[in-house]
Write a protein that binds this ligand. Structure first.
Ligand code: ZN
Length: 441
């Protein structure tokens, strides 16, 4: 069945009312706070614990893909187990303690147990000299090594001498975990919403996105839609690649999509266009985010670049508040629960609901005589509009509606492109539909 013949989707106001609630910002914030302390990575128990927490709000199906599985050009890595990590001084006090902040351990660190002089230990310690009070977030997924992260100030405060170090971790044969929800609509055509689940205690990047998406999926379970919606909770890069490797057929049904990350900070919205740059989701997002910073696609960032790889070529944009890597708290302990707010989360949620509403409810038509321009005079259509002083504008509206009624452009898109009032475009479409030159989708 095509999306086009479905009629059961909720219309604007009722769809928004069904998905929204006054306390949505607080609810997203509470869920983000619940998952914030969990030590996540691209594999491991942290991802599973996170999905379990999110599953209280939405029917997430957990998938496990075994270590060593070939996924496109990649291989599912060994699973990382992290139990504890610390650096102790000679008095036996923990001067760096994973139990206090999980950013203290290099994500994917191999195990180590040793006593080392500070000068040696420093070779395995990461700091941010420019932001001396913050702990950096560092990973080493594909290069096996051990390490710690700490603030420059804390490192500078360590006296010379020997330190006992311990990373109680393991890299084992296990699996990669991702979560998925498919909300069936009247059509097989899909909208993909995807968030990365691999970052540990970083609130904006991406506890905010995971919590928002879980609550949105929970709310959507109760509404009927035209499109089928797929919600994907997967570790960055390797998770999206794993999903794509296993879902080539489903990927073909994805018509529109968004990656969401960093949706809880106090900054304004950022939208990164799809690779194509003028996809329907691009037009919808720029419309529902007036004043947003809109940037063109580039093949770095989050998983939009996997979905936009040429073999899949999916129209997936990136939705954020402040653009990643441009705020000083990015990938540091400064990206904590004070950095995100219920108001900002609610604003992001409502923007996504508006986008869903636009995808579901904006009217689109098909030109039934699309080869060459139909002869309007013969149908009395010039007569219908001729003779009044706006006739030029009305003729142009007619030509725009005929030209852009390709099934992809909505009346809103056409109005924007034509620089015409939506009301004029709607009236024109009604006239053309009456004459048989347009068919409503
Ligand atoms: Zn990140």
């Amino acid at each position: 069945m095509s999306a086009d013949s479905a009629t059961q989707s909720l219309t604007g106001a009722s769809l928004k009312a069904a998905l929204d609630s006054p306390g949505i910002g607080d609810a997203i914030y509470a869920l983000a706070s619940e998952i914030y302390p969990i030590c996540r990575s691209i594999t491991g128990e942290g991802v599973r614990d996170t999905l379990r927490a999110l599953s209280k709000h939405a029917p997430i199906v957990q998938h496990e893909v075994a270590t060593g599985t070939l996924v496109l050009d990649w291989t599912v890595p060994k699973e990382w187990v992290i139990r504890d990590a610390w650096i102790k001084n000679t008095a036996g006090e923990r001067v760096v303690d994973f139990q206090k902040h999980n950013l203290h351990v290099l994500n994917y660190s191999t195990p180590i147990r040793a006593t080392l002089p500070l000068s040696e230990l420093k070779k395995n310690i990461f700091t941010l000299p420019e932001q001396p009070d913050l702990i950096p977030y560092r990973t080493s997924y594909y290069n096996e090594r051990w390490g710690f992260c700490m603030s420059q100030n804390a490192l500078d405060a360590l006296p010379d001498g020997n330190y006992e170090v311990c990373v109680d971790s393991e890299l084992k044969q296990g699996s990669l975990t991702y979560g998925e929800i498919v909300h069936r609509g009247a059509s097989d055509e899909e909208v993909l919403f995807s968030v990365h689940t691999c970052h540990p205690s970083l609130a904006n990047d991406n506890c905010s996105g995971m919590a928002l998406l879980a609550l949105l999926a929970g709310a959507m379970a109760k509404v009927k839609t035209r499109y089928t919606y797929r919600f994907l909770f997967a570790p960055g890069t390797i998770g999206a690649i794993t999903w794509l490797a296993r879902n080539g057929e489903a990927a073909k049904r994805i018509k529109h999509g968004l990656v969401m990350s960093c949706v809880g900070d106090r900054g304004g919205f950022t939208y990164k266009r799809t690779r194509r740059g003028n996809a329907r989701i691009d037009r919808v997002m720029t419309r529902v985010l007036p004043g947003a910073k809109v940037i063109d696609f580039f093949p770095y960032g989050y998983d939009e670049r996997q979905y936009a790889s040429p073999g899949f070529d999916l129209d997936v944009g990136l939705f954020q508040r402040t653009q990643f890597a441009t705020f000083p708290e990015y990938h540091t302990s400064g990206d904590n629960l004070d950095f995100i707010t219920p108001d900002a989360l609610a604003g992001s949620y409502r923007a996504i609901v508006s986008a869903i509403n636009a995808l579901e409810n904006e009217r689109r038509y098909l030109n039934t005589a699309p080869h060459g321009e139909p002869q309007l005079g013969r149908r009395g259509l010039y007569a219908a509009i001729g003779g009044d002083k706006d006739s030029y504008a009305k003729s142009m509206a007619m030509l725009w509606v005929l030209n852009l009624s390709d099934g992809d452009h909505s009346l809103e898109d056409i109005a924007e492109r034509a620089g015409a009032e939506l009301g004029v475009i709607e009236a024109t479409a009604a006239l053309l539909e009456e004459s048989g030159l347009l068919k409503a989708l």
